[in-house]
Design a protein around this ligand. Structure first.
Ligand code: TTP
Length: 636
């Protein structure tokens, strides 16, 4: 259920930028003949010409839709060019598109906090940049307004077609506008400039929404496509929401939206205004009531996260109809492939970004031979992630066997698997200065105890950073990844700038994990996770923690729906400050694997428990026996 976040007091300027028919544009850039032609990108599976996953605006003009297959698209538009999505390991390989997305992100991130929401979508917090413009060079002359900005669509600004540009210019320069609208006007100009830069430097067009919060910016970014932007002044919010169908709101596309329609007769967001808070609370509880109440008024406090890298890496494949997998050998064959790719990605993430994934999760969709309509789901299974392709493959197969055992409930029946995916999540930055961990993980015996000297150092990799995100695709899916190819492309594709990398690195240092002087603590931290893992194996033959059937990859879901999987994490972040300011560091409770905690000395365990459930009588900390001394912060 959605949860309302407090709305900041100060007005903000938020943009949502979405690439136009993205995969098609990428293909058109590498094959200029396709430029301006009706074109679609199709799945490599050629049944009925393959499923369309991206359609150019020229093809849309002929009535071609993404729901069509290639054969149907050809009937509707005989001149259409169908481009096959690249293939690797028997499934779609999206690296080309991911790298292209990174090029765009690198440009957009130059103006403010940037959150990469999917392979082709970005949120920007432009508040500071807009304030600066308002202070330094406020737009005051309609004639001098930049052309692309003058083409903006301003919600609520009525004008005849011939007058539109003139009115937009005037709106952007209004001296009688309130502070919020003035900031928004600056935001619109900044976004227009960024979009022009994206076009010049990458040859891609994009569309954008500019508003005072993420929710509104996202809702309007696709309103005028392609290559246009839409601005939402506060005064137009109510009119806009009054006619917006509930299902258009990201969080209302599912059960909650259906319940609003069926149980309360709500068809548009505006309809919600007629319900009292009591009525909404009676129906949905206090949290959802608050969120609905605010949403109906266009209020959303959700912040733009400073995140250019994915929260998880995943790799999956579906096996529809006759392609369903019906025995362990075929499952193993595919799992091995998926794990190989996953392993490459996390290794690449480690090399490029100095990030480590902690949890491996397996998801599957399955049915039993004699119960085709059963609603029982294959349970998702997780375990601590061990680096190395062979280890990931081995663990994923164990997770599968464990899930299957539970799914079958001891029945001796046939089964079939229609989708498989593996995800690496709980990714954290290696604290700076902790370079020996790289060897620890890269080494051939990564599961072995850490017989590594503390002070080995690995030189900083200058090709840091690159990023990927992806939306679901019809038959195969590959979630966010870091690929070898991207490693290679990182420079040439002008990915994230050195300056940006440095800034990111600085931010990394100050967040989440303790800074560690030397490396022994972090090595212990990881080696505990791994030894626990082995012990669990020995004791019960299984290595998994149960996530429950409802948890079909929170990470996957998050990316599919562009909802950060750990959006609520901030609430769970415990900070532990030493008396001296320079020693302050933070742990995110969710970053600490419970299995690791169990192996910590009792006093440390108690301290961690205290973060989660503060004790009424906290014991006095003794230096040398607290978590902070276990993972000592850097003293500079
Ligand atoms: P979208 O942004 O949804 O669509 P788009 O960029 O193709 O077109 P639009 O101009 O309408 O925004 O998706 C971005 C890319 O993600 C798209 O080019 C192809 C891929 N994709 C899939 O592979 N499968 C899907 O189901 C969807 C929706 C997108």
């Amino acid at each position: 259920m959605p949860v309302a976040r407090p709305e900041p007091q100060e007005p903000r300027v938020i943009a949502h930028v979405d690439m136009d028919c993205f995969y098609v544009q990428v293909e058109q850039r590498r094959n200029l003949v396709l430029r301006g032609q009706p074109t679609a990108v199709v799945q490599y599976n050629d049944w009925k010409g393959g499923g369309l996953i991206a359609v150019s605006y020229e093809a849309r003009g002929f009535g071609v839709k993404r729901s069509m297959r290639g054969d149907e698209a050809k009937r509707v538009c005989p001149g259409i060019n169908l481009v096959q999505v690249p293939v690797a390991r028997g499934k779609a390989d999206l690296n080309l598109y991911r790298s292209a997305g990174s090029e765009v992100v690198a440009i957009l991130a130059s103006k403010g906090k940037c959150e990469r929401a999917s392979i082709d979508e970005v949120y920007l917090d432009l508040t500071d940049a807009a304030k600066e413009m308002l202070l330094q060079a406020p737009p005051d002359s309609p004639e001098e307004i930049f052309m692309e900005a003058a083409k903006s669509n301003i919600l609520g600004l009525l004008s005849d077609a011939g007058e539109k540009e003139k009115n937009v210019r005037a709106w952007l320069c209004r001296s009688d506008a309130d502070y919020q609208d003035k900031l928004l006007a600056c935001g619109a100009i900044i976004v227009a400039q960024l979009r022009v830069r994206v076009l010049e430097e990458t040859q891609f067009t994009c569309s954008a929404g500019i508003a005072h919060n993420k929710m509104l910016a996202k809702l309007v970014s696709g309103m005028h496509k392609p290559a246009q932007q839409t601005v939402v002044p506060s005064s137009s919010v109510q009119d806009f929401l009054a006619s917006l169908p509930v299902k258009k709101m990201k969080q209302l596309g599912g059960k909650l939206g259906s319940s609003l329609q069926d149980d309360l007769g709500v068809e548009t967001i505006g309809d919600l205004l007629s319900f009292t808070e009591d009525k909404l609370q009676e129906q949905y509880g206090v949290n959802t009531r608050t969120w609905l109440w605010k949403t109906a008024r266009g209020i959303s406090g959700e912040e733009v996260e400073d995140r250019l890298l994915p929260k998880s890496h995943g790799c999956g494949k579906t096996f529809p109809g006759p392609r369903a997998l019906k025995n362990s050998a075929s499952v193993k064959g595919w799992l091995d492939q998926l794990c190989e790719e996953l392993s490459e990605r996390i290794q690449s993430d480690l090399n490029q970004n100095k990030r480590i994934a902690q949890t491996l999760t397996l998801h599957a969709r399955a049915s039993k031979e004699n119960e085709r309509d059963s609603t029982k789901k294959f349970p998702s299974k997780s375990c601590p992630l061990r680096y190395g392709t062979g280890k990931i493959q081995e663990d994923a197969m164990k997770l599968f066997e464990s899930g299957l055992h539970e799914f079958l409930e001891s029945q001796n029946t046939g089964w079939s698997i229609t989708s498989l995916s593996v995800t690496a999540s709980k990714i954290f930055d290696i604290p700076s200065g902790t370079s020996s961990i790289l060897r620890y993980i890269k080494g051939p015996s990564s599961a072995a105890p850490p017989a590594i000297p503390d002070s080995l150092s690995v030189p900083e990799d200058p090709s840091l950073d690159n990023d990927v995100f992806v939306k679901p695709i019809h038959e195969e899916q590959c979630q966010p990844s870091m690929s070898e190819k991207e490693d290679n492309n990182a420079h040439s594709a002008s990915a994230i700038s050195a300056k940006q990398r440095q800034a990111n690195e600085e931010k990394r240092i100050s967040k989440k994990l303790p800074e560690v002087k030397g490396t022994s603590s972090i090595l212990k931290f990881l080696s505990w996770g791994q030894s626990t893992f082995h012990e669990k194996r020995k004791s019960d033959g299984l290595i998994c923690s149960h996530q429950g059937p409802g948890s079909y990859s929170e990470a996957n879901k998050a990316e599919e729906h562009n909802v950060p999987a750990e959006a609520g994490d901030r609430n769970n972040t415990s900070s532990c400050a030493e008396p001296s300011g320079s020693n302050t560091w933070m742990f995110n409770i969710q970053d600490i694997d419970p299995a690791v905690v169990e192996e910590l000395p009792p006093e440390i365990q108690r301290e961690i428990q205290g973060w989660v459930r503060p004790s009424k009588h906290p014991s006095t900390k003794r230096r040398g026996s607290t978590i902070s001394s276990y993972f000592p912060p850097t003293r500079s």
